[in-house]
Ligand binder design. Sequence first.
Ligand code: CUA
Length: 329
Amino acid sequence: MAAALSGCGLVSAPQSMLNPAGPVARDQLNLIYSSMWVMVLVFVVVAGALLVILLRFRWKGQKELPPQWEGSTRLELLWTIVPFILLALLAVGTVRDSFVLAAPSGKNVLRVNVVGHQYWWAFSYPGTNIVTANELHIPVGQKVELVLTSADVIHAFWVPRLGGKTALVPGRTNIMWIEASQPGLYRGQCAEFCGTGHADMRLLVDAQTPAKFAQWEQEMEHPVVQPTTALAKEGEQLFATESCSSCHTIGGTRYAGVVGPNLTNLAQRPMIAGNLLPNTPQNLAAWLKDPQAVKPGALMPNLHLSPDKIKALVAFLESLKTPAPTGSV
Ligand code: CUA
């Protein structure tokens, strides 16, 4: 038991629902705790009574059967009414939270459309041109309504520290909401088996101060693509000639493929490959060389690029960042 429980530390638990970081996750955890304590109470009373009866009324060598009787109105009423009260208590919290968590209330709600793909996430912000992949940016202290659907099979959106999981089902729309109380990076994970790459279908929620979030929105709305080195410029050409552009969009360029993840301002993202690897030139190169070796089941084809072409493409991709507008936040 000690060995099993040692796996539940909070400090190194970036994906634990026991470590909530926002009101939704906290409400859900409180509901779990309050239900658990009711169940603990029932267990202690029932198991305690059983133990007392077993010890006290043991067979002590009597020859005769003890008096046989059945039916006690008082007892029958007791064990009908007590469970009824306990279930009613459990229902109060469950019903209340079900309504509170069904949809965000109030006016100041940020809406984000989430589409699950094998094996990555697309996030788009209605009313803007912002589309990003695997990295959901939200402002802290604001309710974020997630409108969930899928492009292929059933997935489930789960960022344990911000809220419980909700399925993304092709052909239908599910709603959930999250809110982060503190700035930070929160890890998430697809929670519905969806194929070979399921375990690697991760995501990152970047909760930012409202000022930082507004700046990010600016950078994503008006991305600047200015490869400065000759190598990066060569990479920009290769992006079209090697057919990367038929699947990927890069804001600020003419590249507008929609099959794969949107790569706008890619160099600003901390992680690549569905939040699997830190965004370093080495990892990008490994990814371009053989995507399936990095992430088994990835639908990005191996283009059998030469090392020189990979170098140029990496230089181009690493240049995709939009400098913060001067004079703003
Ligand atoms: Cu998507 Cu599992």
